[in-house]
Design a protein around this ligand. Structure first.
Ligand code: URA
Length: 489
């Protein structure tokens, strides 16, 4: 009997290395005893020979492992079934002689594996949907820090948390679970031992937002209690602030539905509850007398419908009196979540170009023509949609406000929407790219390619050409903005 003791409950990498060594040494599944931390040591294990005593055989191409088995096994290893290491090894062993095994849907091992896989996918989905972060402070460079406590059914923390890294790249967060803690610092996702609920400091500042959000999406006319309970099982409720309101919402659903029907023609959009908390729009616009007041006021802006679906308005950032201002089109998916311009894929291209030209991004005021993310839903993805002329027109008020306060000497418009917002005219980039255009008050404008255009360019040659042009135009704008001849007005 050979014993294998894994160091982690769900370390697929370590299981894979061990399974490969066992296979190459032709150790049959019934002769292997698998264990992980926290498990009871069996009598077999105590008397067994360790896997470390087996020969290291480095035969390439000696094993048959299909990629679909690998991707399922990577999930199934996270299941709480104590037999999972052994059963997965048995399937792998059988796959060496039966390549069609995965297709045998009546085979007991395959039924077991498929059921475990479903359970893990479901658990991962629940974790993605029900983790509730609490703000716990601010770190270096004013990065906000968040923490969440979550109790998954299986050992899925390593599997499920890369999702949060992609979703919230610009905040520091930790997710504590009983078995494992995931830590994201903006650069690396690392894992530490599990913790307890007490490790996540109490703070209810985010909780009211969850309640408002949940109430606003809760439609009593469409309430199906059974379906709701299956989608949001009760065991998750105690870590979800909004769940405290569910029993009352169910209780009053019928009465609310009747009221809704009676008021149907006048009903506001379901997101009205969120919007209401943003109160009046621009009634007090005339009172805005600083950039920071404008930054606060824009969160109440309802001048066009784009505010309905965006998470927040994304205002510009940079020095209050920058010589150079860069104007993009509108925030994208990541900017909408983080509340900062140009931090997603297009932002990376812009940063690359600025670095290549030795322009310090922190010396530049970076903003967008449109302050709310415009998108259409495709499945769960939010796909960017180009703003129309009226949206550009409505939002111009904010851009003008930024220009009036920042007083840049030179503005770079990235793409046609930015150029239209600044000049009021429809401009073809190829007609004037890189030219110095006079604006009022001695200010200069340079129109150039948008970084997203570079990302979308069909060939590496075209990408290269557009990237070089962007660099050239930024360098030109930077030189102009530091020249003595132009004053900041
Ligand atoms: N594209 C833009 O125009 N602006 C952003 O902030 C991000 C992507």
């Amino acid at each position: 009997m050979i014993s294998v003791t894994l160091k982690d409950q769900a370390d697929f990498g370590a299981w894979k290395v061990a399974a490969r060594k066992l296979l190459l040494n032709k150790i049959a599944p019934e002769n292997v005893n698998w264990a992980a931390p926290g498990g009871m040591q069996s009598l077999f294990e105590m008397s067994a020979q360790s896997i470390d005593t087996l020969r290291d055989i480095t035969l390439t191409n000696a094993l048959t492992v299909s990629s679909s088995f690998v991707s399922i096994a990577e999930r199934v290893i996270c299941h709480r079934d104590p037999e999972r290491f052994a059963r997965l090894y048995r399937i792998l062993w059988r796959l060496q002689t039966d390549r069609q095994l995965l297709k045998q849907t009546t085979d007991n091992d395959i039924i077991w594996m498929t059921d475990c896989d479903k359970a893990i996918r479901r658990d991962r989905h629940k974790m993605h949907a029900f983790v509730r972060f609490r703000k716990v402070g601010e770190g270096r460079y004013k990065r906000e820090q968040f923490a969440a406590w979550f109790e998954p059914t299986h050992f899925i923390t390593r599997l499920a948390t890369p999702f949060f890294m992609r979703r919230f790249p610009n905040m520091d967060w930790i997710i504590v679970t009983p078995d494992c803690t995931a830590i994201w610092n903006g650069q690396d996702l690392t894992f530490a031992p599990g913790g307890t609920k007490a490790d996540v400091p109490a703070d209810d500042s985010m909780e009211k937002h969850w309640k408002v959000y949940f109430q606003s999406i809760f439609n009593p006319a469409r309430l199906k209690v059974g379906a709701m309970m299956s989608e949001m099982p009760k065991k998750y409720w105690h870590n979800m602030p909004e769940a405290a309101d569910i029993p009352k919402m169910i209780e009053t659903a019928q009465a609310r539905e009747r009221k809704m029907r009676a008021a149907a023609p006048a009903m506001p959009h379901p997101l009205a509850a969120i919007l209401k908390s943003r109160t009046a729009s621009l009634e007090n616009a005339a009172d805005i007398d600083s950039l920071s007041q404008a930054r606060n006021a824009i969160q109440t802006c309802q001048m066009c419908p784009l505010h309905c679906n965006a998470s927040q308005a994304v205002f510009g950032e940079g020095p209050a009196h920058a010589n150079l201002m860069i104007v993009g089109e509108q925030p994208g998916d990541e900017e909408d979540i983080a509340g900062r311009p140009f931090i997603g894929p297009a932002g990376k291209i812009l940063d690359e170009a600025l670095t290549a030209e030795n322009i310090d991004r922190s010396s530049v005021y970076v903003t967008n023509a449109i302050k709310h993310f415009k998108f259409k839903l495709r499945g769960k993805r939010r796909i960017h949609e180009r703003p129309n002329a009226s949206e550009i027109d409505h939002c111009r008020w904010w851009l003008k406000t930024e220009i009036n306060f920042v007083k840049p000497k030179v503005i770079v418009a990235l793409g046609t929407s930015a150029a239209k917002a600044i000049t009021g005219k429809t401009i073809k980039i190829s007609d004037c790219r890189g030219d110095i255009i006079d604006l009022s008050k001695g200010r200069k404008l340079i129109v150039t390619y948008h970084p997203a255009f570079i990302l979308r360019s069909p060939s590496p040659e075209q990408q290269d050409m557009a990237f070089k042009a962007l660099n050239l135009d930024l360098a030109r704008a930077q030189r102009l903005s530091t020249s003595e001849e132009l004053s900041q007005t």
